[in-house]
Design a protein around this ligand. Structure first.
Ligand code: CTP
Length: 433
């Protein structure tokens, strides 16, 4: 698990019976190295107490939105949280991330509709852009299945809220079903992967034990990258400007995160770093060759990332030698569709396998096209870049990506280096439900 050392975390607790586990969540966060401030609603305090939360976090607990009433004794020493009508702004701005566990159906509805009249939703609303908000819904199965709850969650995901999904298990009603809050260790494990860069070096703990294992340890990752060249004759081809830089960054970051990585790369300039980092490299020319190479690796891959810009069409027949120009003013080339490698491998996707596609799109409908490819190619995630974005895509060292997941998340990221993009993509893969 990535370390939460030096991270300032706000733990919001709302009125679900699972709030009885909130002190254990606070303890796990502290154990992972975080400094934890608990904020609880009135509803939460029906199931746990400010004393328990305070004892678990080692800090005073905020239980009201009104300054002067919000703290459970002992009074906080930090001025950021007392004596100010805007304590919530200061608290939110000082945090690295906020976790709401459990997040009740009502709290989900309030976050979606902008109702901020309790301490938890008020603090969540005050988080600056870019500070992750992670919620852990917990409720009875029938509530979980309500259209309102599901629509609210889908909306929140689309607007960048991370959701750690509930699990099937024994519920407060005594029934067994979907809606149970995961165990505190599992919550904190997933939360840490969101908040802390998973590829950060593994640091030693005070007793000399390793603080965690790299997030992709033991995983086999297959990545494709670069263009494909479809021969017209011995010297000419149909290709595109893909540089393979995004794929190389993904391969190297995957390696840093502990994975066993195979990169199948189309014709592009060499990346000497790949071999140094221990990436197993296979070079191919055409879409057909890429398909053969991918087919040979899919059975043993846990995660497949198809970032190659595969040519969609190839000449029906490649001429031998060099074609002569001839006397005519025009020439006709008959093209045939290349195999859609991603669609092919998705057909035999194993339930435990994760498949990620890329989509280079343009125009107002870019996101619709990307979502359509996510569905049609049976993917777990698709990474879209818009050809209209300055500094993004083929040839650049930077990229501006939007990630869509099968469960409805939409994460729009700013322009960043391809290495940072790779980290974001891989971190998101590690927390897919
Ligand atoms: N892809 C593939 N084989 C192809 C074409 C595309 O495996 N013959 C993969 C790409 O690697 C990418 C995803 O499919 O992960 C989407 O590729 P893209 O070129 O954006 O979409 P297409 O399916 O080719 O559709 P269109 O060109 O019409 O947008």
């Amino acid at each position: 698990m990535p370390s939460l050392e030096n991270k300032r975390i706000i733990l919001g607790v709302t009125g679900s019976i699972a709030a009885i586990k909130a002190p254990a969540v606070a303890r796990e966060l502290v154990r992972a190295g975080a400094s934890v401030t608990c904020v609880a609603t009135d509803g939460a305090l029906q199931f746990t107490t400010a004393e328990e939360l305070s004892e678990a976090s080692g800090q005073p607990v905020i239980i009201s939105i009104f300054s002067g009433q919000e703290h459970h004794p002992p009074a906080p020493s930090s001025s950021q949280r007392r004596g100010s009508d805007v304590w919530h702004v200061h608290l939110a701005r000082s945090a690295d991330a906020m976790l709401i566990a459990p997040c009740s159906a009502s709290a989900i509805g309030m976050l979606r509709t902008g109702i901020y009249d309790n301490a938890v939703t008020l603090v969540a609303a005050s988080l600056p852009k870019g500070t992750p908000l992670v919620i852990v819904p917990a409720m009875d199965e029938d509530m979980w299945l309500q259209a309102a709850v599901q629509e609210n969650l889908a909306w929140l995901k689309r607007h960048g809220v991370f959701v750690i999904e509930p699990v099937v298990g024994k519920l407060a009603s005594g029934l067994t079903g979907m809606g149970r809050m995961p165990e505190p260790e599992d919550i904190v494990e997933k939360f840490a992967r969101i908040v802390a860069p998973a590829s950060s070096p593994v640091s030693g703990s005070a007793n000399g034990e390793p603080a965690g294992t790299p997030a992709l340890q033991g995983k086999r990752i297959l990545i494709t990258g670069g263009p494909t060249y479809e021969p017209i004759d011995a010297v000419r081809f149909i290709g595109n400007r893909s540089s393979g830089k995004m794929a190389a960054a993904l391969a190297i970051e995957s390696k840093h995160m502990g994975a066993d990585v195979t990169l199948i790369l189309g014709p592009t300039t060499p990346f000497p770093l790949l071999e140094k980092e221990g990436v197993s490299l296979r070079t191919v020319g055409t879409a057909e060759e890429m398909l053969q190479a991918v087919n040979a690796e899919t059975a043993t891959a846990d995660i497949i990332i198809m970032s190659a810009a595969v040519a969609d069409f190839a000449p029906e027949h490649a001429s031998e030698g060099k074609m002569k120009k001839g006397a005519g003013e025009t020439m006709t080339l008959t093209l045939k569709k290349t195999p859609d490698i991603l669609a092919e491998i998705s057909k035999s996707k194993r339930p435990d396998q994760i498949i990620v596609g890329f989509a280079l799109e343009k125009g107002d409908e870019a996101e619709d096209y990307a979502r359509k490819k996510l569905l049609e190619k049976n993917l777990d995630m698709i990474v879209m870049n818009n050809i209209a974005d300055e500094g993004a895509g083929f040839g650049y060292d930077t990229n501006k990506i939007t990630i869509f997941t099968k469960s409805g998340e939409r994460i729009a990221l700013p322009l960043m280096s391809k290495e940072q993009c790779a980290k974001e993509i891989l971190n998101r893969i590690t927390i897919l439900p």
